[in-house]
Design a protein. Structure first.
Length: 186
């Protein structure tokens, strides 16, 4: 069941959109590319079964969309796992056109794992000048790390993860945050 959706038109007059759907007790998200009438899923979040205190992807349990001005939308999502509280936004951005994800986790204990994990559904994943890229039939999807600080890692079977870099002496409680942009490039 589709819960919410945010779309942005790229420089190539193609549409990039993120769709939030119910997945057991969580709300998963997938990134799509639309060229003309056809839409193709490019990425999908990797979701746990809800039993992990430190889930593979942000454990979003509620979300809603809000219009920001004439041309921007944002989806707000919140959830919790164990004793940690999570939030995530997916917002349309211009200049360059794309979708910006902003993720945060408020925790009172040392995290065993924090991050956003994705499975590549279409295209070839590779590292490109410090970012990630997925080669498509026409153009590329670029995944750019923003504020954070954050890192990425390519895993097995067409999966990758984006995770925050934690300080060596992590004071608790603490809110840990990471941001990244997905956009189509020529």
């Amino acid at each position: 069941m589709v819960r919410e959706e945010v779309r942005v038109v790229s420089c190539l007059n193609q549409v990039l959109f993120v769709r939030f759907t119910q997945h057991q007790d969580r709300i998963a998200h997938s990134l799509y590319w639309q060229d003309g009438r056809d839409s193709v899923m490019l990425l999908e979040s990797v979701e746990d079964n809800g039993l992990s205190e430190w889930p593979t992807s942000p454990p979003i349990q509620e979300c809603h969309v809000q219009q920001l001005g004439d041309d921007r939308k944002v989806v707000f999502g919140v959830g919790m796992a164990g004793q940690s509280h999570w939030s995530m936004t997916a917002e349309t951005a211009q200049d360059p056109a794309g979708i910006v994800f902003d993720v945060a986790c408020r925790t009172g204990q040392t995290p065993q794992r924090l991050g956003s994990s994705y499975r590549v559904r279409r295209g070839q994943l590779r590292a490109a000048s410090g970012d990630l890229e997925i080669t498509l039939t026409s153009g590329r999807l670029r995944i750019e790390l923003m504020e954070g600080p954050a890192n990425w890692e390519i895993c097995d079977n067409g999966r990758f993860q984006i995770f925050p870099r934690l300080p060596a002496n992590l004071s608790l409680p603490r809110t840990v945050r990471w941001r990244y942009r997905c956009r189509l490039v020529e």
